[in-house]
Design a protein around this ligand. Structure first.
Ligand SMILES: *[C@@H]1O[C@H](CO)[C@@H](O)[C@H](O)[C@H]1NC(C)=O
Ligand SMILES: *[C@@H]1O[C@H](CO)[C@@H](O)[C@H](O)[C@H]1NC(C)=O
Ligand SMILES: *[C@@H]1O[C@H](CO)[C@@H](O)[C@H](O)[C@H]1NC(C)=O
Ligand SMILES: *[C@@H]1O[C@H](CO)[C@@H](O)[C@H](O)[C@H]1NC(C)=O
Length: 489
């Protein structure tokens, strides 16, 4: 699969045994998403302002509970030859049932596979799948077209008031999910002490998936759904914040050595991170990248190498496994990394991975450092950007080509490979994002807004089945398709 050939290539991309890939491409082709335009930008064309004001007033009145910190247990890893994604476990409905969902900062809504779905995965080698059944939850309510929330996800004129609100989400490549919205209770772990949690709940509107296409329709490491942590009003964090359950701030420490890690909602007090501004007017968490250093030398890049039209800058996305770079960045980067390794014979695996035989220490490869505005920098070590395909065979996680924009630019996406083994803080309220190197096995400290107390949140490693097929290479890019993307595949 050549990523560069696609218009909007990056979403959930399965690079797998040839037969599986062919099957997925066919599935995807059958479900051409051309008519499924999800316009992120025109959510509010003004006409809904009244509804919104009413909603805000209603929310402010109804919710008097104070803000608190939430601990979302994590499982998974960022190794393409292993799991290739991070997931958490949340409870939904009454009685509550547990759902394993991928944590994704590149999209804006929570959805889960629903009972009665035609093309949802039935089986996963990773976790036991649980379809959500609204009929079995006494607190489930349908969301109608006249609900303000519906306008966040549905721009179609045929959504008449009185009928149930349908949603469609595209994740960049062929994969999509569609279904209808449901409102129900979400059960979460409230931080109540050092490495201690109690339970809390909130109300959440989410997608009940009745049709999945592309890789979301089924794969060896399928999960129950995707938990969108984007900054738009429909996201999980925005919904909880509007109920005054949490602050619009969260953090993750994705452990790439042991698996799992930390994912917490609330204000992180320690360790401190160095921040860089989020680019405004971006549909994603984007930051301004100034330069890249390989070892001690600064890469010489053409001006505007990261300039990709409307969505300037690089996207920080926990739902993407690897790092995607425009051709004008990828080539000089690889040349520089390989400059001191002329002895290597390179070969390509599954069309997109550059691999080689190697038995020496990984430390003989240079570190790669990304320099952002306000002198925030992010270093990716060879242990992070190289993965072991087989004994003595290593591959680069750097990927050439990203999401192509209408004007021919390509987006740069920093996925789990670059974000792992660091504490990454997304402070939406102050519009900054920051990180610091951190051993994800050691805890972080968060503030309980209710009492002012500081509590330690420790790492988790949700167990998963280790019977995954060995031949697959899984890389996901669960990045929401934004308005500028050309969907003609
Ligand atoms: C939500 O939490 C509150 C406070 O702990 C509890 O009283 C209530 O029963 C919970 N609601 C549900 C639906 O679990
Ligand atoms: C999102 O919600 C905030 C606060 O609830 C509100 O001020 C803002 O106008 C909303 N934005 C959109 C696009 O709905
Ligand atoms: C990270 O912390 C854990 C627990 O504190 C420790 O066992 C481990 O050796 C540390 N790892 C590194 C790479 O320092
Ligand atoms: C994390 O969980 C996975 C799957 O259950 C397991 O293979 C791995 O060894 C665990 N890591 C640690 C440090 O326990």
């Amino acid at each position: 699969m050549d990523l560069r050939r696609r218009q909007c290539s990056l979403s959930a991309i399965l690079l797998s045994a040839a037969a599986v890939v062919v099957l997925l491409i066919q599935l995807a082709a059958a479900e051409s998403p051309e008519n499924l335009v999800f316009n992120v930008k025109s959510k509010f064309a003004g006409k809904r302002e009244k509804d919104l004001r009413a909603l805000k007033a209603h929310d402010a009145h109804r919710h008097s509970r104070l803000l608190s910190a939430i601990d979302l247990p994590l499982g998974g890893d960022s190794q393409p030859e292993s799991i290739g994604l991070y997931f958490t476990k949340i409870g939904l409905g009454t009685p509550s049932r547990d759902y394993h969902v991928q944590v994704d900062t590149g999209s804006d809504i929570l959805w889960v596979n629903c009972a009665g779905c035609i093309s949802c995965p039935r089986k996963s080698d990773l976790v036991e799948l649980t379809p959500y059944d609204a009929d079995a939850s006494s607190t489930a309510k349908s969301v109608s077209c006249s609900d303000t929330f519906c306008s966040y996800v549905n721009q179609r004129s045929e959504c008449h008031s009185g009928s149930t609100c349908q949603y469609v989400i595209l994740y960049g490549d062929e994969s999509s999910t569609s279904g209808y919205l449901v409102r129900d209770v979400v059960h979460l772990d409230l931080v109540t002490g050092n490495r201690q949690t109690g339970s809390t709940n909130g109300t959440i509107i989410f997608g009940c998936g009745s049709k999945q296409s592309g890789q979301l329709g089924g794969s060896v490491s399928a999960v129950d759904g995707i938990l969108g942590f984007g900054q738009s009003n429909s996201s999980f964090i925005s919904q909880l914040a509007s109920q005054r359950k949490v602050k619009r701030s969260f953090a993750h420490c994705l452990d790439n050595n042991n698996g799992g890690g930390i994912f917490t909602i609330g204000e992180v007090v320690s360790p401190k991170v160095k921040t860089t501004p989020m680019l405004s007017k971006s549909a994603h968490y984007s930051v301004n990248l100034n330069s890249i250093e390989v070892g001690n030398s600064v890469l010489e890049l053409s001006s505007g190498a990261f300039d990709s039209g409307d969505d300037k800058g690089v996207i920080v996305d926990s739902g993407t496994t690897l790092v995607y770079l425009p051709d004008a960045v990828f080539k000089p980067l690889m040349n520089e990394i390989l400059a001191s390794h002329s002895e290597l014979t390179l070969h390509t695996v599954q069309d997109s991975f550059t691999c080689f035989h190697y038995t020496d220490k990984l430390d003989r490869f240079p570190r790669v450092t990304f320099q952002f505005d306000k002198s925030a920098s992010l270093t990716v070590t060879p242990q992070e950007y190289l993965f072991q395909l087989q004994e003595d065979t290593w591959c680069f996680g750097w990927q050439n080509g990203g999401l192509q924009t209408k004007d021919g630019g390509a987006l740069t996406i920093l996925g789990d490979m670059a974000l792992s083994n660091k504490l990454v803080v997304y402070d939406i309220e102050n519009q900054v994002i920051g990180w610091t190197n951190h051993n994800c096995s050691s805890g972080i400290q968060v503030k309980d807004e209710q009492s002012g107390a500081i509590y330690t949140v420790g790492a988790h490693n949700l167990s998963w089945s280790s019977s995954l097929a060995v031949t697959k290479l899984l890389t996901l890019v669960s990045l929401l398709i934004p308005f500028y993307c050309n969907i003609a595949l």
